[in-house]
Design a protein around this ligand. Structure first.
Ligand code: SAM
Length: 282
């Protein structure tokens, strides 16, 4: 198979920009319904592509600001939505985009009281996009994202399961995650190699656990998963460059067995561990 695909209109899909366009309209509708969009909502769409989701979002939302990086798509998108008075196409990299400024403009110019970010993500930057949106303390209600199925499973995984990783704790610390739907490969053109799923991540107003220092908490989670297959004792001492005896004391103080693995810890246990690590460090 060649690396490039052309649509009927002759558009050459860019693999490096993650351009697999959604064809299945029932999935588009599920995304709009599952995202809880209404007329008071500003939607910031990530990567509108040829506008399949944008069009449905425009029917439900107060306004759609669609951020697309590929300059080849901009004229086509602007032409498609010329007759809509609630769609604007923004030619920008979502990772560079000042989302808070868009939300402020939605409120000031259009009186929109809520903002939600929605997108069929370009998969090559799934993690940076989600991290930017959920950790940035942005004035948004939720992030709905289509992503690779295995990534979705990781973000939804409960502690104690082999599917969870450091990102699970990060996403669940900042958001409450729920699944909107699955999307098989055949729902896209060109057909990708992987299946997908759509998650809605509702931004929490309060974190699910109290930690002394958020940075230290996430550093501890990362260190716990540094040697995935190893015990906490080994992983933490390798990642933090600390003596095993010292780590043993940290774990004992937190009431956690050194033989356990990171993936078995609850959010509360990681919070205790991070706090006890900070106390030992002082
Ligand atoms: N929303 C369309 C759909 O559902 O068919 C397209 C989804 S496609 C998986 C991802 C889109 O994101 C493409 O249009 C791609 O050009 C765009 N994109 C890639 N990188 C981007 C970035 N850094 N910022 C904004 N858009 C980007």
């Amino acid at each position: 198979m060649s690396r490039d695909h052309r649509s009927k209109k002759g558009f050459r899909h860019s693999k490096s920009l993650g351009q697999n366009f959604l064809q299945d309209i029932s999935i588009v509708q599920e995304i709009v319904e599952g995202s809880q969009v209404d007329r008071d909502t500003l939607v910031i769409e990530i990567g509108p592509g040829q506008g399949v989701l944008t069009a449905e979002l425009a029917e439900a939302a107060g306004r759609v600001m669609a951020v697309e990086l590929d300059d080849r798509l901009i004229p086509e998108l602007r032409a498609r939505f010329i007759a809509y008075n609630n769609v604007e196409i923004i030619h920008q990299d979502i990772l560079e985009c000042d989302v808070a400024a868009l939300v402020a403009r939605g409120r000031e110019e259009y009186g929109l009281t809520k903002a939600r970010v929605i997108g069929n993500l370009p998969y090559y930057i799934t993690t940076p996009i989600i991290t930017k949106l959920i950790t940035g303390r942005l004035p948004i209600e939720s992030v709905t994202a289509m992503m690779q199925k295995e990534v979705a499973e990781r973000l939804m995984a409960g502690p104690g399961t082999s599917k969870c990783g450091a990102i699970t704790y990060q996403v669940q610390y900042y958001t409450e995650v729920s699944k909107i739907c699955d999307a098989g490969k055949e729902a896209f053109y060109p057909v990708p190699k992987v299946d997908s799923a759509v998650l809605r991540m509702d931004i929490r107003r309060e974190p699910p656990v109290q930690v002394r220092d958020e940075k230290a908490f996430f550093r501890c989670v990362k260190a716990g998963f540094a040697l995935r297959r190893k015990t906490l004792l080994n992983s933490l001492s390798a990642a933090e460059g600390m003596e095993k005896e010292e780590i043993r004391r940290v774990l004992e103080k937190a009431g956690i067995s050194p033989e356990r693995r990171a993936e078995s810890l609850s959010m509360e246990e990681f919070a205790r561990l991070a706090d006890s690590m900070e106390e030992v460090r002082v």
